[in-house]
Design a protein around this ligand. Structure first.
Ligand code: IVH
Length: 697
């Protein structure tokens, strides 16, 4: 690429056209489609080159230059919302020098003496910005940024986010205010969302930011409601009257009105303060649980902010100091297949170990065959590895110039790597469309699925067998001592006749063996819902297992019904279908599972070892039967799980969010927005004691 200083005018024209096209393409991919095709750092480099050329040839600046616009046009399915004041962007700084120059520039502009300027330094949350309009303290409209001037009306979706108050708390809010901030998704929530998507054969998101954007821009707000989005407020747009003298005071006010503000934000003095805040934020970054991609510096004094004003698309009073991209180069040594509990096969990149952002990376997920093909990754390639979401390593792409001769395109195996070598079929959806998921159909005959299945079986929410973690389980599995769930309950008996005694394994002492056997013994009696959940049938999660347990009442009823469902007995299918929240996916999964002899055998052998407790059929004659109850705040006399179980046993439905459908809210100390919403909606609210008195009456 020709250095900017060496460009002729003709080359500059050509280059500005090329950059405008390329940046527009990336803007659309990022903002409109939530699916960026290059890394942030590469995108920043394009923008920077565009700016540098414009600096050298100001008369060549194109109308609608990428440097004068933000974002991308809104998608057509949402109504347009014209922001009260435009939602602008921030210029970027990449080094200490850039930060010092920012401070010097402000000092020059305001003609200040040597007194250090006070700034706020706030984490730059890596999500998507939203603007929420309140009138007389009531949320009236919420929008995405769109092109900065006109955004998309996503009010219904924003209303589902818990951090966004429907009504402002406290006092002192302007009659009209557009509160601005960032909608984001935490790392754990992102991982869970992608895991569920992989399992269901849906597309996965590249990073938490895209997942947040995709979740917020759902046409159906009930889908958004199921995504645990969060919101940090850090700015405002239109105001009917001034409400603070400084950015810091503004943040405090936003907090007092019921918003979350970033806990790591600080007030600092002068250039030194800016640098120290950056270092502190960089150190805090790995433990935040959500993505930040830099630090935003803002002049604290709002009068000064007003005087400083804006240059084209960004304020003079603020700047985003970006973290360097956490990327590194390494060699893709192999692509292996990993088989999940339900047979979904995921390719995994084995990498020559490399340090990315302070962590040694040896594996990266490749999601599916399509992604490998799209990126044209070949074994032997030098690849760029990035830690997305700060935690999950990803391959950005291969460096083509470094491709070894003879490197072949990756041929996705057509057989499972398991000894059964089952043909891998592309999964289809109910409507017959092919998905990106390939599945091993070997089920429990596939050792990979078997071990994943066992891990699920002993997990906390299933049989919860203490002392039988993944490592121990793998050991027993490799020895052949545990091949299926029933074997766990036969461990003690078999140990008596075994030559390799448990107590001699891995130097495990007598007490730890005794503890393990006691833990196993204590789970020999198990509630029906846990028994069902522990079977690890596709689409039968905890909640579905509970519904089935309540519907059938006993293990005997459940097993005999499942045999009939597997035989496609219409009456049995209708009975299952009639249960609350059970749909075709569950029916199909249950039928397919129980149609397999080896699955039925496994369940039978397990059942023989256990005492499965009957489930209580939901009561219909209690004060709360059929009602939807929400518990919020701290509970002092029982745990959340106990409260939920108790309410459900009395025939109530427990929900985690308050809506018009809620009948009763039980609020403990510290209850916040849910209590507020309940009061606004006129829903009955009671204390924990009142609840206990009512249900024990
Ligand atoms: S202030 C005039 N504060 O970064 C712009 N922005 O490139 C005022 N962002 O569009 C924005 N954290 O999406 C501000 N603490 C923070 C931020 C923040 C993240 C995002 C926001 C903005 C972009 C600027």
């Amino acid at each position: 690429m020709i250095p900017v200083d060496d460009l002729t005018e003709a080359q500059a024209v050509e280059e500005l056209t090329r950059l405008a096209d390329e940046i527009t393409r990336h803007d659309l991919a990022y903002h409109r489609d939530d699916a960026p095709t290059i890394s942030d750092a590469d995108y920043d480099a394009l923008k920077r080159r565009n700016l540098d050329i414009e600096d050298r040839f100001p008369h060549l600046i194109r109308e609608n230059s990428p440097s004068t616009r933000v974002g991308a046009p809104r998608a057509e399915q949402f109504s347009p919302v014209t922001h009260g004041t435009p939602m602008l962007s921030l210029d970027n700084a990449f080094s200490d020098e850039d930060a010092l120059e920012f401070d010097a520039r402000i000092r020059r502009f305001l003609k200040l003496d040597e007194t250090p300027i006070r700034y706020t330094a706030e984490p730059k949350i890596d999500g998507l910005s939203a603007s929420i309009r309140y009138e007389k303290g009531v949320l009236v409209q919420g929008a995405t940024r769109g092109d900065g001037r006109v955004g998309e009306d996503v009010t219904a979706n924003l209303l589902t986010i818990r951090d966004i108050p429907h009504k402002l708390a406290g006092s002192g809010w302007p009659e009209v205010i557009e509160v601005r901030g960032e909608v984001y998704l935490g790392h754990a929530e992102f991982a869970a969302l992608n895991a569920a998507a992989t399992e269901a054969g849906d597309k996965t998101y590249a990073n938490p930011r895209n997942a947040a954007a995709g979740s917020l821009r759902q046409i159906d707000s009930t889908i958004t409601a199921r995504r645990p989005l969060k919101f940090f407020a850090y700015a405002w747009g239109l105001l009917s009257e001034k409400f603070a003298d400084s950015q810091w005071e503004a943040l405090e006010k936003l907090k007092s009105w019921g918003f979350q503000t970033t806990p790591q934000s600080v007030c600092v003095e002068g250039a030194e303060g800016l640098l120290a805040a950056y270092a502190a934020m960089e150190a805090a970054r790995p433990n935040l649980g959500y993505d930040i991609d830099g630090v935003v510096y803002k002049v604290d004094n709002l009068d000064w902010q007003r005087r400083l004003g804006f240059v084209s698309r960004a304020p003079r009073w603020g700047i985003a100091r970006k973290f360097p991209a956490e990327q590194a180069r390494t060699v893709l040594e192999a692509i292996d297949l990993q088989v999940g509990r339900t047979g979904a096969v995921t390719p995994v990149a084995r990498l020559r170990p490399v340090t990315v952002g302070g962590v040694s990376v040896t594996n990266a997920t490749l999601h599916n065959a399509d992604e490998i093909a799209r990126k044209d990754l070949r074994v032997g390639d030098t690849v760029i590895v990035q830690r997305a979401g700060d935690v999950i390593p990803q391959i950005v792409g291969a460096i083509l110039e470094a491709r070894p001769e003879g490197a072949e395109p990756f041929a996705f195996p057509d057989h499972c790597p398991c000894p059964l070598k089952t043909p891998l079929a592309r999964e289809t959806t109910a409507s017959g469309a092919e998905t990106v998921v390939r599945r091993c159909t070997g089920e429990l005959a596939c050792p990979f699925q078997r071990i994943e299945h066992l891990k699920h079986f002993v997990s906390r929410r299933a049989f919860d067998i203490e002392g039988l973690g993944e490592k121990q389980l793998q050991g027993f599995f490799d020895d052949g001592m545990i091949r299926e769930p029933a074997d766990i309950f036969l461990l003690e008996e078999r140990d008596k006749t075994s030559l390799k005694k448990l107590k001699d394994r891995d130097r495990a002492g007598e007490t730890s063996v005794a503890n393990l056997l006691a833990a196993i013994e204590s789970r020999r009696t198990i509630p029906l819902d846990r028994f069902i959940y522990g079977l690890g049938i596709r689409h039968i999660g905890e909640q579905t297992a509970l519904v089935m347990a309540r519907g059938y009442g006993s293990a005997a009823e459940f097993l005999s019904a499942m045999d009939k469902v597997a035989a496609r007995d219409p009456e049995a299918i209708a009975e299952l279908d009639a249960l609350d929240q059970i749909g075709d996916a569950v029916i199909e999964a249950a039928a397919a599972f129980f149609a397999e002899d080896h699955n039925r055998g496994m369940v039978q052998r397990l059942h023989d070892q256990l005492t499965v407790q009957d489930a209580e059929k939901p009561k219909t004659d209690t004060a709360v039967a059929g009602k939807t109850v929400v518990f919020t705040g701290a509970l002092e006399r029982m745990t959340r799980d106990e409260a939920k179980a108790q309410a459900e046993a009395l025939g109530a439905k427990v929900s985690s969010s308050v809506s018009k459908k809620t009948d009763l809210v039980v609020a403990g100390p510290g209850a916040g927005s849910k209590l507020k919403t309940a009061t606004e909606l006129g829903i009955q609210v009671m204390t924990e004691d009142e609840w206990l008195a009512m249900v024990s009456a």
